[in-house]
Design a protein around this ligand. Structure first.
Ligand SMILES: Nc1ncnc2c1ncn2[C@@H]1O[C@H](COP(=O)(O)OP(=O)(O)OP(=O)(O)O)[C@@H](O)[C@H]1O
Length: 345
């Protein structure tokens, strides 16, 4: 993660126009626990890269994995490539624990690469933990923007495949077909291959499929980012409906306004760790302050002509501080940053 990436995509002011935010803020009527995440660690192993270079790149969560020395034959075959067997490990989620209850809408925020999507995918059972556990009561449904629907197949076929993947029966998919098409607002495009869709149409269809499954745990990964105001209003209504029926909703978004409008609680993830967990407005406010402080720090670093080496050193210091639970956005901006530092709970 580079420093420039740090605030990339974070939308403080929001994608919502004020009229989209009409209606009361969601209030959690929480029931019994539906999900327990206990000291979860997720590690990706990346093969074939230059492990040492990756580890030295400064990313806090990347390190060269210990690998067996390649055999003589492998070394012979690899002659010239110089890095056969190179394996990097990305420790994307580091010791996260929390309990989610029926009726909660939980937003997950954090800068790029902080581990939000990985956490969501692990909770959905799509990635095995390196250690720790996820206990779920119910069937989580995750069909985010990056979900692998098949571009060469029509929307109609993808609705069937996606619905089945989310545990619906073919009959249930048939019954909800019109509702999905209407919700996604794709009209007759549903009979064309998905590769002909705009990214917004595809994202709307994914959200429509995932929420049509009426899951007990609905997980939404950035699916709302590309919709227009009307789609967002429909999505908010759908999320409220799931929550009111005592389901649980998880929402990853770079838009803090979306998170504040739709969630009752927010988890703030930073470099794979949970740095704050609490009521949506409190955590959102702290996170916004953190991002603003970072932006100020970056702006003044650029204005002061701080070079990439100095920025890299400072980033490494931040990473070390984050590891000890004392991350500040920039020690060069202590007064700005002090209020905003993520502190481990
Ligand atoms: N399939 C993968 N293989 C290896 N590393 C991965 C993989 N997916 C994610 N990562 C790494 O894991 C870390 C967390 O990534 P993740 O996508 O979970 O973060 P994020 O907070 O969702 O980021 P963004 O906001 O940019 O979507 C990053 O360092 C990323 O590079």
């Amino acid at each position: 993660m580079t420093e420039a990436d740090l605030d990339l995509d974070v939308d403080l002011e929001g994608e919502f126009e004020p009229e989209d935010l009409q209606g009361p803020k969601p209030v959690a009527h929480v029931g019994p626990p539906v999900l327990v995440v206990d000291d979860l660690h997720i590690v990706y192993r990346v093969f074939g890269g230059k492990a040492r270079a990756a580890a030295k790149s400064g990313a806090a969560n990347v390190r060269a994995a210990k690998v067996e020395k390649p055999s003589f034959v492998k070394r012979l075959l690899s002659s010239g490539s110089g890095h056969v067997g190179a394996v990097s490990e990305v420790h994307a989620v580091r010791g996260i624990s929390f309990v989610a209850r029926h009726g909660e809408a939980i937003g997950i925020v954090g800068v790029n690469g902080s581990g939000k999507s990985t956490l969501l995918r692990a909770v959905a059972g799509l990635i095995p933990p390196a250690s720790g556990s996820v206990y779920v009561d119910g069937e989580p449904a995750l069909l985010g923007v990056n979900a692998a629907l098949m571009p060469q197949l029509t929307g109609e076929r993808n609705i069937m495949i996606g619905g089945l993947a989310l545990g619906m029966t073919p009959q249930e998919v048939d019954e909800r077909f019109d509702e999905v098409v209407e919700f996604a607002d794709i009209g007759d495009f549903v009979y064309l291959p998905m590769k002909t869709y705009s990214s917004g149409m595809a994202a709307r269809l994914r959200f429509a499929i995932s929420s049509a499954a009426r899951p007990e745990i609905l997980m939404i990964d950035e699916a709302l980012a590309t919709g227009d105001a009307a789609f967002k209003a429909r999505s908010k209504a759908r999320i409220d409906e799931v929550r009111k029926n005592a389901g649980t909703v998880f929402l990853v978004s770079h838009s803090i306004a979306t998170i504040e409008a739709m969630c009752t609680r927010v988890l703030w993830v930073h470099q794979g760790q949970l740095v704050m967990d609490g009521p949506a407005d409190e955590v959102a406010e702290a996170y916004k302050e953190f991002v603003r402080a970072h932006r100020r720090a970056n702006t003044s670093a650029r204005a002061g002509g701080v070079g990439p080496r100095a920025r890299s050193k400072r980033r490494n210091r931040e990473v070390a501080e984050a590891k000890t639970g004392d991350a500040t956005p920039s020690d060069g901006q202590a007064t700005d940053a002090a209020d905003a530092k993520p502190t481990a709970e």
